[in-house]
Design a protein around this ligand. Structure first.
Ligand code: SAH
Length: 253
C-alpha cells in the first residue's frame, strides 16, 4: 500500500461538526490519516465523534490551525476543491488528474487537499493559495456536494490511483486471462463447423440464410472467445454430428 502520510486533508472553517467526523471516516476508509482543521466552528465535538465511527483516532490527531496559510505552509503541492469556476481561471484538474498528480509528487512534497465552508466554499484568497483547483463533475443544475461527500470522492480517487500505482488492481482482463484468445483461423473453422451443424439440424437454410451467420459472427466477435472455450464449443458440435450420424445409421437399418 502507498503511504499517504505526506497528504493532509484541510477543512476550512467547517460549521457542522458532523461533516468533520464524516470526513475523518472517509479519510480512514481510503487509507489517509492526516486531517487539518482551519478554525473549525465547533471542535472537539461529540457529533463529530459519532459521525467518525471507527475513525476517531483521526479526529484525535487532527491538527488545528488559525489560517489556511498556516495549514499549507510546509506543503509543496496544494489542491483546492471548488464547486464553482471563478472569475479568474486557475489551473483546473479533474479528480482523476488531481489524484495522479498527488501520487506522482507525494514522495517529494507534502500535499494539501483543501475543502471549503459548507455555505460559501473557499474565498478567493484561499483559492489563490492553491496550485490547482479540482472540480468534481456533477449535474449542471446542482454542483455543490456535501462537504464530506466531496472529501470522499477525492480521497477515493486517490486511493484508486494508489492501488494502480502499487499494481494491486488487476491490469485489465487481458493480462491475467488463463488462455489465449482464439485466432482468426480458429474462429473461421468454428464458424464453418457451426454452419454445417446448423444446416444438419435444419436450423439454417443456406438457400434462405437471412443474417444468421453475420449475427453469429457478431456475437462471437463481441465475446472474443478463448482457445479453451472454442474447443469446448467445437466438441459440442462434433458430438451433435456424431449423434446425427448414429441416428441416420439406425434409421437406415
Ligand atoms: N456553496 C459552496 C459550496 C460549499 S460545499 C460554493 O458554492 O462554493 C463545501 C466544500 O465541498 C466546497 O468548498 C468544496 O471544497 C467541496 N465541494 C463541494 N462540491 C464540490 C464539487 N462539485 N467539486 C469540488 N469540490 C466540491
Amino acid at each position: 500500500m502507498l503511504d499517504f502520510n505526506n497528504v493532509t486533508v484541510v477543512l476550512v472553517n467547517t460549521s457542522h461538526p458532523g461533516n468533520i467526523g464524516a470526513s475523518a471516516r472517509a479519510l480512514k476508509n481510503m487509507g489517509l490519516s492526516q486531517l487539518t482543521l482551519v478554525q473549525p466552528e465547533q471542535f472537539p465535538s461529540g457529533i463529530a465523534v459519532g459521525r467518525a465511527a471507527s475513525a476517531v483516532d483521526i479526529l484525535e490527531r487532527a491538527r488545528i490551525v488559525d489560517s489556511l496559510q498556516q495549514a499549507v505552509a510546509d506543503c509543496g503541492l496544494v489542491i483546492g476543491a471548488s464547486a464553482r469556476s471563478r472569475k479568474l481561471p486557475w489551473p483546473m484538474l479533474s479528480p482523476e488528474q488531481a489524484a495522479g498528480k498527488v501520487i506522482d509528487e507525494l514522495a517529494q512534497n507534502k500535499v494539501a487537499l483543501v475543502f471549503g465552508r459548507e455555505d460559501a466554499g473557499l474565498n478567493n484568497d484561499e483559492l489563490q493559495l492553491c496550485h490547482f483547483h479540482v472540480q468534481i463533475p456533477t449535474d449542471e443544475d446542482y454542483r455543490s456536494l456535501n462537504l464530506a461527500a466531496a472529501v470522499m470522492v477525492i480521497c477515493y480517487e486517490l486511493h484508486k490511483a494508489g492501488l494502480v500505482k502499487c499494481d494491486i488492481v488487476s491490469k485489465g482482463e487481458d493480462e491475467f486471462w488463463d488462455q489465449a484468445k482464439a485466432t482468426g483461423e480458429q474462429v473461421e473453422h468454428f464458424y464453418q463447423h457451426l454452419q454445417r451443424v446448423m444446416i444438419a439440424i435444419n436450423f439454417h437454410d443456406p438457400e434462405n440464410p437471412r443474417q444468421l451467420m453475420q449475427r453469429m459472427r457478431r456475437l462471437f466477435g463481441r465475446i472474443r472467445i478463448d482457445v479453451m472455450e472454442m474447443n469446448i464449443l467445437r466438441g459440442i458440435l462434433t458430438n451433435i454430428e456424431q449423434k446425427i450420424e448414429q441416428k441416420q445409421k439406425i434409421d437406415n437399418t
